[in-house]
Design a protein around this ligand. Structure first.
Ligand SMILES: NC(=[NH2+])NCCC[C@H](N)C(=O)O
Ligand SMILES: [Mn+2]
Ligand SMILES: [Mn+2]
Length: 324
């Protein structure tokens, strides 16, 4: 069933060098368990599949980072954000890890963790891409949610609903301890961002998307045009010649395929549509990094195996697995 990918990547020196970062962080939202996802995905055989079926040389330290050493002595809410110091310290560390791997020309796979970790992953690849290729990064954000609240627009105060605002300069803070470590080289323009799968967007987020003309394909668009046309439009917006970071929140899939996630929303993508998105991104040859986040095996334990299997499938497809 599986065949080794033949595509020569456009922005990587080799097609088969992969760095894996396992981020056991759940502090961007209130539900414990999402920190156990990297181990669940790895125990399901993900890394073996990438090595054996897809012929990657995998660099992975075998450790699931839980960043206990970064837990601050006290971490009161700040600008309405919950657990801001810890999230800032962890994402800074993740940013450095991802930057180092990406700078060396490897494809980078980050296993979350909640979606706040994308502040680390995307800032790391954005910086590495600027330095290594002199290019600006594009991001495809596949999610039921836009995760573009600023601290001020967020109702929940959960940082996993805010990563895109910090990455696109919509939210900033001077203070190192509160994401002030994010510098220009870590950031992204809003016109290099495309959403797919949205169906639960907060009122304040809708205003941000409109005011900044951010490209977004909701479930409505997918119903109207079909996923094939939507992918043509999404990739057309980015342009064929731009390095891509794919950030995939498992809650983009319908709970039928991925029930074990903290903020499940019905009416989502089928597993095939999710895999298709990943396959289309793989076909561009422009993918340089992938995040898989928000798998929480302790929620809906009956569905946890299905959710993990769906996650593994998305990753394999994005990294070049094909049906024939
Ligand atoms: N990564 C996620 N699952 N994010 C869900 C965010 C939900 C909501 N919009 C909030 O800001 O709290
Ligand atoms: Mn989500
Ligand atoms: Mn998300």
């Amino acid at each position: 069933m599986t065949s080794a990918p033949s595509l020569q990547p456009k922005f990587l020196p080799t097609r088969n060098e992969l760095g894996v970062v396992a981020v056991g962080f759940s502090g961007g939202q209130p539900k414990p368990g999402v920190d156990a996802a990297p181990m669940a995905l790895i125990e399901a055989g993900l890394i073996q599949q990438l090595e054996q079926d897809l012929e990657f040389n995998v660099e992975f330290d075998g450790k699931m980072h839980t960043y206990g050493e970064l837990v601050p002595a006290d971490d009161p809410p700040y600008r309405n954000m919950k657990g801001p110091k810890f999230a800032s310290a962890v994402t800074k560390r993740v940013s450095e890890q991802v930057y180092n791997l990406s700078k060396s020309g490897k494809m980078v796979l980050t296993l979350g963790g909640d979606h706040s970790i994308a502040i680390g992953t995307i800032s790391g690849t954005a910086k590495a891409t600027r330095e290594r290729l002199g290019r600006e990064l594009a991001v495809i954000w596949v999610d039921a949610h836009a995760d573009i609240n600023t601290p001020e627009t967020s109702d929940s105060g959960n940082i996993h609903g805010m990563p895109v605002s910090f990455l696109t300069r919509l939210a900033t803070d001077e203070n190192e301890e509160y994401f002030g470590w994010l510098k220009e080289e870590h950031k992204l323009s809003t016109n290099k961002l495309v959403y797919i799968g949205l169906r639960d967007v907060d009122k304040g987020e809708k205003k941000i998307l409109r005011d900044h003309g951010i490209k977004a394909f909701s479930m409505h668009d997918i119903d109207r045009h079909g996923i094939g046309k939507v992918m043509d439009m999404a990739l057309g917006w980015i342009g064929r010649d731009t390095p891509i970071h794919l950030s995939f929140d498992i809650d983009a899939l319908d709970p039928m395929w991925a029930p074990s996630t903290g903020t499940a929303v019905r009416g989502g993508l089928t597993l095939r549509e999710g895999d298709f998105i990943a396959e289309c991104v793989a076909e561009t040859g422009s993918l340089i990094a992938l995040d898989l986040v928000e798998v929480n095996p302790s929620l809906d334990e009956v569905g946890a195996q299905d959710t993990v299997r769906s996650g593994c499938s998305i990753v394999r497809c994005a990294l070049g697995d094909t049906l024939l």
